[in-house]
Design a protein around this ligand. Structure first.
Ligand code: ARG
Length: 459
């Protein structure tokens, strides 16, 4: 016969190549705490409905706790021929407590077991990511006191556009990472539905109490349709997607700060402990951590892509293909968590190169739009004002001077209503002060937002 937990119908052994090919224990062993927790809840539920005696359930619980300790201590031997973490633990239980252990899998399939374990794992992953995102937001907000008066050029198309406060930049990232947190929280609601008790695909004839298990495992509700849940990996893919957007946001930050740390920009100095050198060029201080954060986005995107392709066209219900989900999800979680941790430290430790930023702040006509709006306020239609200021910028460009260095005559030649008051709006400092609108870089608005974020993040 075949000694596998499912071997009854087989009359011979599994091919060794198949064991190696189909095993998942080498990676789903990461689910062992979740698996033990789920099995304990299942066993106690079976006792509550009378399928097991209380004594049997407690024997199972004690055995499982024993196994968990052994795995945690690193002395448990996982066997490839037992396929996955679930059958390894169950077999070890039977070896320890005998026939009572053979009752644990009553009213349960590996299909609902895997889904339950994975949901428990992802739920924790969501909570970890949430905390790490909060830490990163706090790192940004932590900069706001020291950087409060710093003005940076804002870019579109990577061309100088309008001035913005450094704090406006930091809060821009806080907003992105907040949406990521919100997405994870929303995803968590759907992850947090209990599949256990849906069994293989159709449910079970056994007397089970799914709500009992949901309460024990702190699930918000029960998945309603066994056929659906046996085939469903939406929850894992949503999580992978939420992590992918985190990675994309981190990648934008990384790219920006790599650029800002070049000699050409020289806006920011990255903390040296987060840079590395060159084995041939003695002067090099390379932003490797930021480059790797940017680079690792690729694998996170790849994981999401793999998951999406994995489920394409799978008929209901469970298919073995679904076993391929775990490595992709684990990898996205590990990668994004590491990136978040490092990003927080880099953000906290980087120094703006204020002198250098200021030295070139009046280049690139960051105040041109402010001057145009000044002219609009004097009664000139926007399209007309745009053209007039465009001409003035062209004049200034020819002389290679900022707008503030044009003469009153030049302004008046451009438009009769322009007078000395132009000198009250020109220059980056005055341009910043002129902003008003909600959500803008206006100093009062940004200060309000900083206060709000401090409150929100309890810093
Ligand atoms: N290791 C498998 C997985 O992760 C367990 C499920 C196997 N189920 C089955 N019916 N063969 O998907």
């Amino acid at each position: 016969g075949n000694t596998k937990p499912w071997g009854g119908v087989f009359d011979g052994d599994t091919a060794p190549l198949v064991e190696k090919f189909s095993e998942s224990v080498s990676y789903d062993c990461r689910l062992y705490t979740q698996d033990v927790r789920g099995s304990i809840a299942h066993a106690r539920m079976l006792a509550s409905t009378g399928v097991l005696t209380d004594g049997e359930a407690e024997q199972i619980v004690a055995g499982l706790e024993d196994i968990q300790r052994e795995i945690a201590a690193g002395t448990f031997l996982f066997r490839q021929d037992l396929e996955d973490v679930h059958m390894n633990i169950e077999r070890a239980l039977v070896e320890r407590i005998g026939d009572v252990g053979r009752k644990l899998h009553t009213g349960r399939s590996r299909n609902d077991q895997v889904s339950t374990d994975f949901r428990l794992w992802i739920r924790e992953g969501i909570d970890r990511a949430e905390r790490l995102l909060g830490d990163l937001q706090r790192a940004f907000v932590g900069r706001c006191e020291a950087d409060a008066s710093v003005i940076l050029p804002g870019y579109t198309h990577l061309q100088r556009a309008q001035p913005v406060l450094a704090n406006h930049y930091w809060l821009a990232y806080c907003e992105k990472f907040q949406r990521d947190r919100d997405r994870l929280a929303d995803c968590r609601r759907r992850v947090n539905q209990l599949p256990l008790g849906t069994a293989a695909l159709a449910g079970t004839t056994m007397d089970i109490d799914r709500q009992h298990v949901a309460d024990a495992l702190e699930f918000e509700g029960l998945v309603a349709n066994s056929l659906d849940s046996s085939s469903d990996r939406d929850f894992a893919i949503e999580y992978a997607f939420a992590l992918t957007l985190v990675a994309e946001h981190l990648s934008t930050l990384a790219e920006e700060w790599i650029l800002w740390s070049t000699v050409e920009f020289n806006f920011i100095k990255l903390p040296q402990a987060y840079c590395t050198g060159s084995s041939i060029m003695p002067q090099k201080i390379n932003p490797d951590v930021m480059e790797l954060i940017r680079g690792k986005t690729a694998r996170v995107v790849g994981n999401l892509q793999s998951l999406l392709v994995l489920i394409k066209g799978l008929p209901l219900a469970y298919n073995r293909d679904l076993q391929e989900d775990k490595q992709r999800v684990f990898d996205s979680a590990d990668t994004v968590e590491a990136c978040l941790q490092l990003a927080s430290e880099v953000v906290a430790g980087a120094e703006l190169q204020v002198e250098n930023i200021n030295a070139r702040l009046e280049r690139g006509y960051l105040d041109a739009t402010t001057l145009m709006e000044h002219l609009i306020k004097l009664g000139v239609p926007q399209r007309t004002a745009h053209e007039i200021i465009g001409n003035l910028v062209a004049t200034a460009m020819k002389q290679d001077v900022p707008l503030a260095e044009l003469t009153l005559e030049e302004f008046q030649a451009a438009h009769a209503s322009l007078d000395e008051s132009v000198y009250q709006v020109l220059g980056v400092k005055q341009a910043i002060a002129a902003f008003k609108s909600v959500g803008s870089t206006a100093p009062e608005r940004v200060a309000e937002q900083v206060t709000l974020w401090r409150k929100r993040l309890k810093t």
